[in-house]
Design a protein around this ligand. Structure first.
Ligand code: URA
Length: 249
């Protein structure tokens, strides 16, 4: 027996939290009867419907995609721009959705799954998953400035911080003021606030010219080409879950 909201999330309809709202709103039926009790448990023999549609019991699947710039991290876009699921072959029958978001102009590693429970676990800050970004910024950044990012800056009332920061490369344009060069900086975040890396650098007076996510938890892009994807191995999925369990406070 499993909790109703968990079963709904696992089927890929929505996240567990939203499933709870659906239940409270009377949008969920079990064996033909509306259920509004969040603690309700169901078994695989129970027929669950959301908005009159019976849940399909899809096997959970997990992919990593190397998202190119210029693609939306969603399953559809109201302006009809390309979305991450447009990059998947028609042979994938499961209804996949992205785990968290990368900006339209950010490239890099994004996970796709039909497992809502898994998604919630990976994006919630309490699980402290490492998300490693490499940013190219305009200007030569100093080590001391990175310390500010680790302590945290406040932007639009939100405290934004990283857990690690290091300069990978910086080059001063010959004969120019030192601030006219570029720096490549790696930041490791546990939070996942909107445009977080860009806002953190903007707070220090830098503009992010390019941004790529290199790593998510135990997973790295490796040599997966831009625009391509691969299935995670069962071991990688278990490792991700183990990592989140180990990190939770
Ligand atoms: N931080 C950003 O600014 N953008 C992203 O896409 C991800 C993290």
């Amino acid at each position: 027996m499993e909790r109703l909201q968990k079963v709904i999330a696992k089927s890929g309809v929505t996240s567990r939290r939203k499933a709870e709202n659906y239940i409270l709103e009377g949008r969920v039926k079990v064996n033909g009867k509306i259920v509004t009790e969040l603690g309700t448990k169901v078994s695989s023999s129970d027929r669950v419907e959301v908005d009159q549609v019976e849940l399909e019991k899809e096997e959970p699947v997990y992919y990593m995609l190397h998202k190119p710039r210029g693609v939306i991290s969603a399953v559809k876009d109201d302006k009809d721009r390309k979305v991450v699921t447009d990059l998947l072959s028609d042979e994938i029958e499961e209804r996949l959705f992205p785990v968290g978001r990368l900006d339209y102009d950010t490239s890099g590693l994004i996970l796709l799954t039909n497992d809502g429970e898994f998604t919630q676990r990976l994006i919630h800050p309490k699980y402290q998953m490492d998300k490693v970004y490499v940013a190219k910024i305009n200007g030569i950044i100093e080590k001391e400035e990175l310390t500010k990012l680790k302590k945290g800056i406040v932007d639009q009332g939100e405290r934004l911080k990283c857990v690690k920061a290091r300069i990978l490369n910086s080059n001063v344009k010959k004969g120019k003021e030192s601030k006219e060069g570029k720096s490549i900086v790696e930041l490791t975040l546990h939070q996942g606030k909107n445009r977080q890396v860009r806002r953190m650098f903007e707070a220090l007076g830098y503009r992010v010219e390019k941004l790529r996510r290199e790593r998510f938890g135990n997973l790295s892009l490796g040599n997966l080409p831009t625009g391509e994807y691969r299935k995670l191995t069962p071991h990688e999925v278990k490792q991700l879950i183990a990592l989140s369990n180990q990190n939770v406070k």
